[in-house]
Design a protein around this ligand. Structure first.
Ligand SMILES: [Zn+2]
Length: 594
């Protein structure tokens, strides 16, 4: 039975008709707006631009309303995956959300129709200045290398539909996977469950090995099909970027993330130089687990079997305590989020295991979904998701288009608050057991935010290169992913994961291609800022100001302005890595006699 707090959270959401009528009203509003915008001419003077400005404001309001409705329904639908009534509602919300690009492109056409001098004057006006970056980027994407726009839109639509169909094929292949973990019981494990456990690691080694083995056996016959899908999605993405923007996919991704290649290269080459420093950690962890060498699937496994348990009430108190020691402002925001019941933390069997935070731009609130099971890891996840909520809160005073932050910065706020929580817990708890657990959590985060995403990044880089020569075979894909893992883990693991190109969801989502280096970026940025600032007040204000402007500046300028660091250079990344890797020495010392 859902607890009282969850019931309260959804008490106003029983009437689905209300949602459907909201969708109908919004569809109507979008259609009317598009019809009217179609009739106006691009402005030729600042006086004439007032009408365009009004349509910008109206479009922003519509985008916010659609986003709010979609986010909230998405949140509801994840609460009970067995409840079929929310699925058509979510599908309708997605249809509505898909109208946003068409709405924005109507504005683009009015911008493109302006003379160069008029456009410049308009973008520099008081009302437009903070939205300037958003529009400059849209114009760069739509104008410079454009072919016939109607033809382009039709082609884009077909190619997007094509990629989505390939993604659906992959989902169907995953849904076909099912096996019994224990032959004496009726219970079967689904493909999605297996993927989730393989990603997060089962605490019992024999169980995780068994799941990996059964997954491998189960997908074996379909590997050729998975390879076909992956090859096709990769080719589609590259063809689209080449056809529409005359750019490689990685360059397009960097453009969308407001980063330059130089920054990415500085970050990755600094990581490369430091990878070998992790080897003593792998060796020690293997010893503590009682095995000869660590396998890829052992990386996130717990070393300590006796995990202390914390009730949800205790967890909230500990997080609030840690945050208020760091910054009363952060603590007061979080206290409000807890009191206002933005968080569904309950561990229910029918709930989606995707943990996330979603923003409601009209109410200026967030909603968080986590599955709280009483471990330190769960507390750290809550501290992470609250960081996302804080970021949204900082952006909520900005206009809609300026709330749009690049993914590169999206994992910054969350990892920053997670660091605050773990560091404060370290200060408060001196027992070797808790210290060991906390350091282990921090080291696991290195795997989650740096090592795994880096493997995925290298794999995609090589895949895009190799794909130009034609589709890759199953064995080539197996070899490629293992080659990337061998490099990242410096050849020091026992077993690698050759099925990772199948199990990693993001490789198959067309608009999430190259969604990996952003995790490394956000996490290292957090670490770097924590390393550089010993004065907490200063550090917190920097953090909050940076978040507030994260939608309106290119990322390199943002960091230079608020942190005073040039992230195009290696130095910053080395400082960040040194800060993180201190924990390796601490871990080695602490576990020396165990
Ligand atoms: Zn996150």
């Amino acid at each position: 039975m859902p607890s009282k707090s969850v019931e309260e959270l959804y008490k106003n959401c029983t009437n689905l008709d209300e949602f459907y009528s909201c969708i109908t009203v919004l569809h109507e509003k979008v259609n009317q707006a598009m019809h009217k915008m179609n009739q106006i001419e691009p402005p030729t003077s600042m006086e004439e631009s007032k009408e365009l400005l009004m349509w910008i404001y109206k479009t922003e309001d519509l985008v916010s309303e659609i986003t709010e409705l979609h986010s909230f329904v998405l949140f509801l639908s994840r609460q009970n995956t067995e409840d079929d009534t929310k699925r058509p509602l979510l599908a309708d919300c997605i249809k509505l959300k898909n109208k946003i690009p068409a709405l924005l492109s109507m504005l683009d056409q009015l911008f493109l129709g302006m003379s160069e001098s008029m456009l410049k004057e308009f973008l520099l006006s008081k009302e437009m200045r903070e939205r300037s970056l958003f529009y400059q980027e849209r114009l760069l994407k739509t104008s410079s290398k454009q072919v016939n726009s109607e033809l382009q839109n039709t082609l884009r639509k077909h190619m997007n539909e094509d990629s989505r169909s390939w993604f659906d094929v992959r989902q169907k292949l995953v849904n076909r996977i099912s096996f019994k973990l224990d032959n004496t019981k009726d219970e079967t494990m689904t493909g999605q469950e297996a993927l989730h456990i393989m990603y997060t690691s089962h605490p019992v080694r024999s169980v995780r090995k068994k799941i990996k083995k059964l997954f491998k056996e189960n997908v074996n016959n379909d590997k050729v099909l998975f390879a076909t899908v992956l090859n096709q999605i990769t080719a589609n993405t590259e063809n689209m970027n080449q056809a529409f923007y005359k750019e490689e996919t990685l360059n397009m991704s960097l453009f969308q993330n407001r980063l330059t290649k130089r920054t990415l290269n500085s970050m990755t080459s600094t990581i490369d130089k430091n990878l070998a420093r992790l080897i003593p950690y792998y060796e020690r962890k293997a010893k503590l687990l009682g095995v000869e060498t660590l396998d890829e699937d052992d990386l996130l496994a717990p070393v300590y079997s006796d995990q202390p348990q914390f009730t949800y009430e205790e967890a909230k108190e500990l997080i609030l305590q840690a945050f208020s020691n760091y910054s009363p402002k952060l603590a007061s925001f979080v206290r409000n989020a807890m009191e206002e019941k933005w968080i569904d933390s309950e561990n229910r069997s029918n709930k989606s295991f995707i943990e996330f935070c979603t923003f409601l731009p009209v109410s200026k609130q967030s909603r968080i979904n986590i599955i709280y099971k009483g471990t330190l890891r769960c507390m750290s996840t809550l501290a992470h998701e609250l960081g996302h909520a804080y970021h949204y809160d900082k952006l909520s005073s900005k206009s809609t288009f300026v709330q749009h932050m690049p993914l590169s910065i999206a994992e910054f706020s969350s990892t920053f608050t997670d660091f605050i929580f773990l560091n404060e817990m370290m200060k408060q708890n001196n027992t070797p057991e808790i210290q060991g657990l906390l350091i282990e959590e921090k080291l696991k985060a290195i795997t989650l935010y740096i090592l795994r995403p880096y493997t995925q990044f290298l794999f995609q880089m090589k895949l895009f290169q190799a794909r130009t020569q034609g589709p890759l075979s199953v064995s080539q894909l197996d070899d490629l992913i293992v080659e990337c893992q061998r490099f990242v883990y410096q050849d020091s693991l026992g077993e690698y994961n050759s099925e990772q190109w199948i199990s990693h969801n993001l490789f198959y989502i067309p608009d999430k291609i190259f969604y990996n280096y952003q995790y490394m970026f956000g996490y290292l940025l957090s670490a770097g800022i924590h390393a550089l600032t010993t004065n907490q007040d200063f550090s917190f204000n920097q953090f909050a100001n940076l978040l507030e402007e994260s939608g309106s500046l290119p990322v390199e300028d943002l960091i230079l302005k608020h942190v005073g660091q040039d992230i195009r250079e290696d130095e910053f990344w080395q400082i960040a890595i040194d800060y993180l890797f201190q924990d390796i020495d601490r871990y080695l010392k602490l576990t020396d006699r165990q």
